[in-house]
Design a protein around this ligand. Sequence first.
Ligand SMILES: Nc1nc2c(ncn2[C@@H]2O[C@H](COP(=O)(O)OP(=O)(O)OP(=O)(O)O)[C@@H](O)[C@H]2O)c(=O)[nH]1
Ligand SMILES: [Mg+2]
Length: 332
Amino acid sequence: MSGLILVCIIVGFVVLYIVYRNAMQPPRISGPLDAVSAPPVVVGRGPNPLLAALSRTRDIFAGLFDRGRETREALEALEEALVRADVGAKTSASLAAEVADAADRKAALRAAIRSRLDKVDSRLVIGPGPHVILVVGVNGSGKTTTIGKLAWRLKAGGKSVILGAGDTFRAGAIEQLKVWGERAGVEVIAGEEGSDPAAVAHQTVESAKAREIDVVLCDTAGRLQAQKGLMDELGKVRRVIGKIVPGAPHEVLLVLDATMGQNALSQARIFKDVAGVTGVVLTKLDGTAKGGVVIAIAEEFGLPVKLVGVGEKIDDLRDFDAAAFVDALLPE
Ligand SMILES: Nc1nc2c(ncn2[C@@H]2O[C@H](COP(=O)(O)OP(=O)(O)OP(=O)(O)O)[C@@H](O)[C@H]2O)c(=O)[nH]1
Ligand SMILES: [Mg+2]
C-alpha cells in the first residue's frame, strides 16, 4: 500500500515538472508576421531621416517653381533638375511632360513622383520560418552592413536569426560578417575562404531548419552584373537553398548604392532577371547620393523598395517611406 502511495507521489511530481517546463518555454512565433510592425524596430527612429540626406537634392529644385518663368523654359529647367537629381533621362522627361499643363506644377510633380513611389513602397514581411533572405549586389554596395543591421533589427523584433557567410571570395569578408554577427548577437555559419558558397548556403539553411530558426540572412560575394560566371553562381546558390526549404529563398534583396546614380539602374536591370530579385535595399542615402534614382527604379522596373540605409551604424536601416521621401525632396 505504502509502495503504491510512493509511486503516485513520484508520478505526480513528474507531471508537475512537465507542466512547469512547458509553461516556461517561450512561445514560438509562427505564421506571417510583419517584422516592421514589431515594437523594438522603432529603435533609432527619429524625424524624417531623409530631410538631411536629401538637402543637396532639394537645392537643385530651389527657385524652379517661382512664377514669371516662360513655360517652355520652366519645363526645360525642371527636366534638367530632375536629371541632375539622378532621376534619369527617360523618367525625367515623362515627369516633366506629365506636369506641363498643371496650374500648380510643384504640387503636380509631388503627386506624380508619389504615385510612382507608392507602387514600390513596400515592407519586408517575414513568413513562417525558416524564412530565407539572399542578399546580392555589386562590390561595396553595402550587402554585409545591411545584413548586420537587419539581423539586429529582426532580433529586436523577437525573431531568431542566423547568418550565412556566403562571400567566400573576398579576403576578410567572412571575418567582417562575424563582426556584424557579434554586434547583432546572432550566430554566423561560415566555411573556409575560397570554398563553394553554395555549400555554405546549404549548411546555413540546413542548420536553420533543424533548429527551427525564424530567419536566415545569406551574404554573397560582390559581383558585377557583367561577370557571367559569378552571376550563374547565384543561380546555384538559389537552387541549393530551394532544395532544403521549398519556396526558398523567399526574398532576394538587391543592395544598390544610391551614390552610384544611373549605374544602379543597369545593375537592377541585370540582377532582376538573373538573380530573381524580389526587392531593393537602397544604401548610403545619407551620403552624397542625390536619391532620384529610386524614382527611376520605380518607373522602369517596378521593383519594391523595402529598406533604405542611412548610415553605417547598426540602427541606420529604415523602411522606405514614399511620403517621407517626397517631403524631403520637394517640401510643400
Ligand atoms: N554612409 C553609409 N555607408 C554605408 C551604408 N551601408 C554600407 N555602408 C558602407 O559601405 C561600405 C561597404 O559596405 P559593405 O557592407 O562591406 O558592402 P558589401 O556590398 O558587402 O561589399 P563587398 O563584400 O565587397 O561586396 C562600408 O564602408 C560600409 O560601412 C549606408 O547606408 N550609409
Ligand atoms: Mg560584403
